[in-house]
Design a protein around this ligand. Structure first.
Ligand SMILES: [Mn+2]
Length: 432
């Protein structure tokens, strides 16, 4: 892992060498960010490190820290270590990455200006511009040209990043297995959520996104997070939950039926087959939107096979009825962010890439290239808000729709890495 990390850091530093030279800077300062205070309160929101800061190193929980990098020199990492008895004290940094940085500490946040380089006239600042940096004469704050350059290149992952994501998937899989058990043993949504956290050993603050733990019809609410606290005889369970390793994320969805060999179990199987089918169609050089079309072709087949409508698959596809049952995008880039950045940048100069016109909720419609990591997450839901304008229409088989409504609808989501010679599923080694 240390070698992988070393190569990753070399790549990151190489990118900064290039972009600093390209736009005539001597140096870059990245600010980790800070914990924000709630309005008229003395409590703070959970701290989340600036993503381009953690691109350098897995320094995830050290607010008010700086990375300073000048081409051809060892990057500096300056960490705040407050001395007070109220808060738990940040420990000195440890880990494989430490030896590749000049690490130093400062004790008082008001001294942050003292630890910055003395001459900032050719220095780029990246990160959240809080008032601490007001009146400082950086050459620029968050120069869009630098950001676009870095965000474009972040869509191509290093071997180290892939290894982190494999591990994140492995951790999340333990949670999924524990959650499935909890559901089958009659736990409530909230209890199931706790079992998940317990299994992955993350606090609520550490999960990459709010877990979706949805029983029965709640599964049709795509971002459901108002867990019911009471247990009840649930028939189906959808869990969309991740985990992180060194700041890299997993994003996995699985769906279960309490009753095996039931019709809903068949529907889950059909959606799982769709996930695997879409993955099998992936080719380097193909536009990601082709996979979105593939998802709708599969949804049309599900409509026909389960008789959700009184028309065939071809007609359901052509008339775009599949969008009523399968309204979301087929997936998104993933990495340091769950919905990783870079989907609207075409090249390192920041040329804007327009989103799909046909599929308004599709985040990604760029060409699939070596190094990309993205999710594939088809679903098939009964969403009354979408079906309402069609209520009563004879093309729809309302008996079947009514029968499935109380199950919500399945989604099955894996993460995929495109390497030179393979399409690697980062999720399946750990979870069926
Ligand atoms: Mn996702």
């Amino acid at each position: 892992m240390k070698n992988l990390y070393k190569n990753h850091l070399d790549r990151v530093l190489g990118l900064f060498d290039k972009v600093l030279e390209k736009y005539s800077y001597d140096e870059v300062v990245l600010y980790s960010g800070e914990a924000k205070t709630i309005y008229l309160d003395d409590n703070k929101y959970p701290y989340k490190v600036y993503t381009n800061f953690k691109y350098f190193a897995p320094v995830l929980n050290y607010p008010n820290s700086l990375i300073i990098y000048k081409s051809a020199s060892k990057p500096k990492l300056i960490v705040l270590q407050k001395v007070d008895f109220w808060d738990s004290q940040p420990k000195p940094l440890e880990g494989d990455f430490c030896e590749f940085f000049d690490i130093s500490y400062y004790n008082n946040i008001d001294d942050i200006k003292k630890v910055l380089p003395s001459n900032l006239k050719n220095t780029a600042f990246l990160g959240e511009e809080t008032e601490r940096f007001n009146n400082l004469s950086f050459k620029s704050f968050n120069d869009q040209k630098i950001i676009d350059f870095i965000h474009y290149h972040r869509t191509f992952k290093s071997e180290y990043e892939i290894e982190c994501m494999r591990r994140a998937n492995k951790i999340a899989s333990c949670g999924h297995i524990a959650a499935q058990k909890a559901f089958l043993s009659g736990c409530s949504e909230l209890e199931t959520h706790f079992e998940y956290l317990k299994a992955i050993k993350h606090t609520e603050k550490q999960v990459p996104y709010e877990n979706i733990v949805a029983f029965d019809d709640a599964a049709a609410v795509l971002h459901y997070n108002s867990y019911k606290t009471e247990s009840f005889e649930a028939k189906s369970f959808l869990i969309d939950a991740g985990a992180s390793y060194n700041g890299y994320h997993a994003d996995i969805t699985r769906t279960f039926a309490k009753e095996q060999y039931s019709e809903y179990h068949e529907l889950i199987k059909a959606v799982n087959d769709s996930t695997l089918n879409i993955i099998s169609k992936i080719k380097i050089g193909m536009n990601y939107e082709v996979l979105q079309e593939e998802m709708h072709l599969d949804a049309a087949k599900i409509i026909e096979d389960f008789s959700f409508m009184n028309i065939g698959a071809d007609e359901a596809y052509e008339k775009e009825y599949t969008k009523l049952f399968c309204p979301a995008g087929v997936g998104h880039y993933i990495g340091l962010q769950v919905h990783d950045i870079g989907n609207t940048i075409k090249d390192e100069n920041g040329t804007f890439h327009e989103k799909s016109k046909k599929h308004q909720y599709l985040r990604l419609n760029k060409t699939i290239e070596v190094g990309n990591v993205f999710t594939i997450e088809p679903g098939f839901y009964i969403i009354d808000q979408l079906l309402k304008p069609h209520f009563g229409k004879k093309e729809f088989n309302w008996d079947v729709i009514n029968k499935f409504r109380s199950f919500g609808g399945p989604r099955v989501e894996d993460s995929i890495y495109i390497s030179e010679n393979s399409v690697e599923n980062l999720t399946r080694p750990y979870l069926p």
